[in-house]
Write a protein that binds this ligand. Structure first.
Ligand code: NAD
Length: 248
C-alpha cells in the first residue's frame, strides 16, 4: 500500500464553504491532508466540516481582511505544504463605462489582494523547506474578454500574472505556483446581470459558445493534481478546465 497523495500534509483551502473550494477540501481530506478550510460563511464551514471524515480545521472570516489571513496561517501551524486560493466573487457583468468603484474595489480585494496576502504569508516557510505548491483559481474570464464584466475579467487576468510571476521567482526555490481557469461550474457563485449593454453584447455568445456546466469535482481533480507531486514539473501554468471552451 502506498500512502495517499497528501499524507502528512497541511493544505489551506479558501472558499472551502461552497462550490469548487468545498469539493477541493473534501478531496484533499479524502487523500490524507489536514485541511485548513477558510470561508466568510461560518455556517457553510460548519456543514463542510461535518461532511469531511478526515482532519479539518475551520477559519471563518472575510479574506479581504488581513486578520483573517493571519488567522488562517496561524491555524495551519508551523508547516503549510499547499495553498489553494479558491475564494472569489463575480461582478455584475459591468462594462468599463458602467463600473462602480465599490464593485471594482471589492472584486479586487477578494480575487486579487487576498490571494496575494495569503501567498505572501505562506511563501517564507515553503522557501525555507524548499517545497510547496500553490494553486490559484482564475477563470475563462482570465483568458478572454467576453466571459464576464470588466472588473472580474481584469481581476482574473491579474490572477494569471500573479501566478506566472510567483512561479518565475520561486520555482527555483522548490515552490510551484499554477492556476486553473474554469469555464461554467455548478456552484453558488452569484453573477447578476446589472448592465443592459452587457446583456445585449454577451447574451448571444452565452447561448452558443459556452460548454455545459461542469461539476465542482472536476475542478477539484485538477486543483489537487496541481497541488500534488504528480505535477512535480508543472509551474507557471494556467490550465483551462473548461470543457474545451478555450479552444473555441
Ligand atoms: N462557478 C463558476 O462558473 C466559476 C467559473 C470560473 C471561475 N470561478 C472561480 O472559482 C472560484 C470559486 O467559486 P465558486 O464558483 O465555487 O463559488 P461559490 O460562491 O460557490 O464559492 C465561493 C466561496 O468563497 C467564499 N468567499 C467569498 N468571498 C469571500 C471572502 N471575502 N472571504 C472568504 N471567503 C469568501 C464564499 O462564501 C463561498 O463559500 C472563484 O474564484 C470563482 O471566481 C467560478
Amino acid at each position: 500500500m502506498t500512502d495517499p497523495r497528501f499524507h502528512d500534509q497541511t493544505v489551506i483551502v479558501t472558499g472551502a464553504g461552497s462550490g469548487i473550494g468545498r469539493a477541493t477540501a473534501q478531496r484533499l481530506a479524502a487523500e490524507g491532508a489536514t485541511v485548513v478550510a477558510v470561508d466568510v460563511s461560518a455556517e457553510r464551514l460548519r456543514q463542510v466540516a461535518a461532511e469531511i471524515s478526515g482532519r479539518v480545521v475551520t477559519v471563518d472570516g472575510d479574506l479581504s481582511d488581513q486578520l483573517t489571513v493571519d488567522r488562517a496561517v496561524a491555524a495551519a501551524g508551523d508547516r503549510v505544504d499547499g495553498l489553494a486560493n479558491i475564494a472569489g466573487i463575480m461582478d455584475g457583468f459591468e462594462p468599463t463605462a458602467e463600473i462602480a468603484d465599490e464593485t471594482w474595489d471589492r472584486v479586487f480585494a477578494v480575487n486579487v489582494t487576498a490571494m496575494m496576502r495569503l501567498t505572501r504569508a505562506v511563501l517564507p516557510g515553503m522557501i525555507a523547506r524548499g517545497r510547496g505548491a500553490i494553486v490559484n483559481v482564475s477563470s475563462e474570464a482570465g483568458l478572454r474578454g467576453s466571459a464576464a464584466g470588466t472588473p472580474y475579467t481584469v481581476s482574473k487576468h491579474a490572477v494569471n500574472g500573479f501566478t506566472r510571476s510567483t512561479a518565475f521567482f520561486y520555482t527555483p526555490k522548490g515552490v510551484r505556483c499554477n492556476a486553473v481557469a474554469p469555464g461554467p461550474v455548478a456552484t453558488n457563485i452569484e453573477a447578476p446581470f446589472r448592465s443592459a449593454w452587457a446583456q445585449e453584447r454577451l447574451g448571444p455568445l452565452m447561448q452558443t459558445n459556452i460548454p455545459a456546466l461542469a461539476q465542482p469535482d472536476a475542478l477539484a481533480a485538477a486543483i489537487t493534481w496541481l497541488l500534488s507531486d504528480d505535477a512535480s514539473d508543472v509551474s507557471g501554468a494556467i490550465l483551462p478546465v473548461d470543457g474545451g471552451w478555450a479552444a473555441v
